[in-house]
Design a protein around this ligand. Structure first.
Ligand code: SF4
Length: 469
């Protein structure tokens, strides 16, 4: 039975994390095939909001066939204690509450939403956005009582979505800009978020003034406001504690809380590095920084990029090997706003280590990249393979080229030292060099080492069993 008698499907936390494959879907809104989609919350005066009102501009679910459609979810709220600062926090809850609905999957945030309705739930009667609006209104008012009035407009008319999309983008930019300028060193507390644990159980976002949340939807100010209005919610305060390493961004208080919130899985976090103990990556990050060993630099690819990167992999393949709440050395889920931060991958060399970025993203963050580097970072227009990338970096004199030279010099010095060592005693011509098979028994199965055409000289060999911890 449904939690709400007038909603044809069930609603509850158990449906969070439910995945709906395309073959099981009735239709989808947003997602990679659709250019314009958004969700936006605005705070209004009490007399500007008609509580309980739900409007649909354009066709409803029941009028549409199995395809991908544009969608705008425009929510206006009012309450004596509400102010603009809380808009981002309320907006991020749309993800959580929509996912409570049986047979509805909501992914991502802001301008990047992706909603699928399952055929099964459609057949049960979930054939109108009005039902989704009703669930949202009830959950928002019961979970966040500071919302006194709420009205929701769903826009599916492609032209109207496009029109409102502009307002949404301007509002996001205004929010992000408010958080710029404040430094991590200037605050006593960071904020944490575990909203994505339904998809990535060990993921804990650490939101600092200079490291925006992975989804790009929660700033430090949003975190502070959320922890204040909903202290038992998924966003909480983190007392920084002792700064263990200012370059890498390691804090005792962060380690402690991440360890407890990840069930002991994550023990340390380096906030400003993609190596060692990088910040965990959930699944709704806006972009991924991926290490390219051949050039000793980072590529960055965002969710909206549909071509392959120079390493021959697409965003979704790279995202799959990054996501899930893990710390993957060299693969790092990030927000676009973090790319504007002076702390961006600071421990790894920051922008001096970034070699490839899709052109639309480069355009969005360009004014935050050191001036002398902007033309040295390749885009898909400059390099489609690692070889083309190498040529581009050499031609533009990118700082990573100096790293290659330093590495080559180091390797040459090592080789010279090796060469200067006295030669080992000559081996008798009669030494047998035939194939040798050494059976090695490990556990029940064991394996064989096959040594072909090798010469091994050893005074003594000891094979020691390593005890399992
Ligand atoms: S990405 Fe981070 S901040 Fe954003 S909803 Fe998920 S856990 Fe919260």
């Amino acid at each position: 039975m449904s939690m709400f008698a007038d909603i044809p499907v069930d609603v509850g936390v158990i449906y969070e994390g439910e995945r709906i494959r395309w073959q099981d879907a009735q239709l989808e809104f947003g997602g990679p095939r659709v250019e314009h989609k958004f969700e936006l919350v605005r705070v209004r005066n009490l007399d500007e909001v008609e509580d309980g009102k739900i409007t649909i501009i354009g066709p409803d679910i029941k009028d549409l066939e199995k395809k991908s459609y544009p969608l705008g979810i425009y929510i206006e709220v009012a309450g004596k204690e509400l102010d603009e600062e809380i808009e981002g926090v309320i907006e991020r809850r749309i993800h959580e509450y929509v996912n409570y609905i049986e047979g509805v999957m909501h992914l991502n945030q802001r301008y990047d939403i992706w909603i699928r309705i399952s055929r099964r739930s459609f057949e049960k009667g979930l054939n109108s956005l009005i039902y989704i609006g009703k669930v949202l209104q009830r959950l928002f008012k019961s979970e966040l009582p500071i919302i006194e009035k709420i009205q929701i407009t769903f826009i599916t008319d492609p032209e109207k979505v496009k029109e409102k999309f502009k307002e949404a983008m301007e509002t996001y930019e205004r929010r992000d800009a408010r958080a710029r300028g404040l430094k991590d060193e200037e605050v006593d507390a960071f904020y944490g978020c575990t909203l994505c644990q339904s998809f990535a159980p060990t993921h804990v976002c650490v939101i600092t003034p200079q490291r925006y949340s992975n989804c790009g939807a929660i700033s430090w100010f949003d975190g502070r406001a959320a922890a204040r209005v909903d202290p038992k919610g998924p966003i909480f305060r983190i007392d920084k504690g002792e700064c263990i390493d200012p370059l890498k961004g390691e804090y005792a208080g962060v380690n402690q809380i991440v360890m407890s919130k990840s069930g002991g899985e994550i023990q340390r976090v380096w906030l400003y590095s993609a190596f060692g103990y990088p910040h965990t990556s959930c699944g709704c990050f806006e972009a991924v920084a991926f290490y390219i060993p051949e050039v000793d630099g980072f590529g960055i690819v965002h969710r909206g990029f549909t071509e392959n990167t120079p390493i021959g992999l697409s965003f979704s393949t790279i995202a799959d090997s990054t996501a899930g709440g893990r710390q993957v050395d060299g693969f790092h889920g990030i927000s676009i706003e973090y790319m504007r931060s002076p702390k961006f991958l600071q421990a790894d060399g920051g922008w001096e280590r970034v070699v490839w970025v899709p052109s639309v993203i480069l355009e969005r963050v360009k004014e935050f990249i050191p001036k002398d580097l902007v033309d040295k970072v390749a885009t898909e227009k400059d390099a489609k393979t690692v070889e083309e990338l190498k040529q581009f970096l050499i031609a533009r004199g990118h700082p990573v080229v100096k790293r290659w030279e330093a590495r080559a010099a180091e390797e040459a010095a090592k080789a010279a030292i090796e060469e200067a060592k006295p030669a080992p005693p000559a081996i008798a011509a009669s030494t047998p060099t035939a194939e040798l098979t050494v059976p090695v028994s490990v556990g029940a199965g064991g394996f064989r080492l096959i040594l072909k055409n090798v010469k091994i000289h050893a005074k003594r060999v000891r094979i020691v069993r390593v005890k399992e911890k």
